[in-house]
Design a protein around this ligand. Structure first.
Ligand code: ADP
Length: 259
């Protein structure tokens, strides 16, 4: 009888361990699948503009140099330059995301004045905003001493302000507001631009997600900015949310704990 019981138990233990190890494999398999999808999407995003660029270069090579051809060539070179700029941005975003995926990410936190960083960031975007007749506003105490990673938080401001301008119509206002209440830092970026339909909101922070593919492609987006923003906020143990109304505008709300 004992032998039978031992046999049954060992059978149960064997099946259990198989089930457990299968279960343990699930998150690893999912992570692997996500990684494969990411590499496939990234390759696609790089291959399409590269083939367009190659055709343009081949056309330039063929061209006989009449005056009209020269004009065309100048235009083509300008377009090629813009495409190279966009791809450079894409590659640097991909590198940031690869860094976010690596297990040994070492993000150092330091004390700094967020007001100075915000002021400088607004200043950087001023000329670009001006071309769309958009006013940039900064609402912040001066100084605003916080703890965080200065490079990553600067990148976060860049992403949110860049989007706010990108998805605004001609003549709008973009407001960056920052404040500290108790041990919470609140950072909001508000625009009165195109807005976002509710059904898209749960997907916005996913890699390569774009609401309007045609429009954002024309504006130069690859759908990576907000996923990087989310990673930056996560590394600061914070939260990021969005409130938006179609055709009225959006507010991105970031909360970062401060001890
Ligand atoms: P992209 O490079 O396409 O801008 P993001 O990850 O930064 O990628 O944003 C994902 C999508 O979220 C965008 O394609 C756009 O549709 C939407 N979005 C982001 N910010 C705004 C905003 N301020 N107003 C309206 N839509 C926005």
């Amino acid at each position: 009888i004992l032998a039978v019981i031992a046999f049954i138990f060992s059978g149960i233990a064997f099946s259990l361990s198989r089930i457990m190890s299968k279960r343990a494999m699930v998150p690893i398999k999912q992570a692997f699948a996500r990684q494969q999808e990411f590499v496939a999407d990234a390759s696609h995003e790089l291959r399409t503009p590269l083939s367009v660029m190659l055709s343009s270069i081949e056309l330039l090579e063929m061209e006989e140099q009449t005056e009209q051809d020269k004009e065309m060539a100048v235009k083509t070179i300008h377009n090629l330059k813009e495409e190279v700029k966009r791809m450079t941005g894409l590659v640097s975003n991909l590198l940031t995301l690869a860094r976010s995926d690596s297990a040994q990410q070492n993000v150092t936190m330091e004390a700094f004045d967020l007001y100075q960083v915000a002021k400088q960031t607004i200043h950087t975007f001023e000329a670009h905003a001006h071309t769309k007749n958009i006013t940039l506003q900064l609402k912040s105490p001066n100084p605003l001493q916080i703890i965080g990673n200065i490079e990553l938080l600067t990148q976060l401001l860049y992403i949110l302000i860049d989007n706010a301008i990108k998805y605004s119509e001609y003549k709008g206002t973009v407001t960056l507001a920052i404040s500290k209440e108790g041990n919470q830092l609140l950072l909001t970026v508000t625009d009165n631009g195109v807005g976002i339909e509710e059904k898209h909101i749960p997907h916005l922070f996913k890699r390569f997600y774009r609401v309007d593919k045609a429009r954002t492609r024309q504006e130069g987006g690859y759908g990576l900015g907000l996923s990087i923003a989310k990673w930056i906020v996560d590394t600061h143990n914070g939260t990021i949310n969005v409130q938006s109304k179609l055709h009225e505008g959006s507010t991105f709300i970031v909360n970062l704990p401060q001890k």
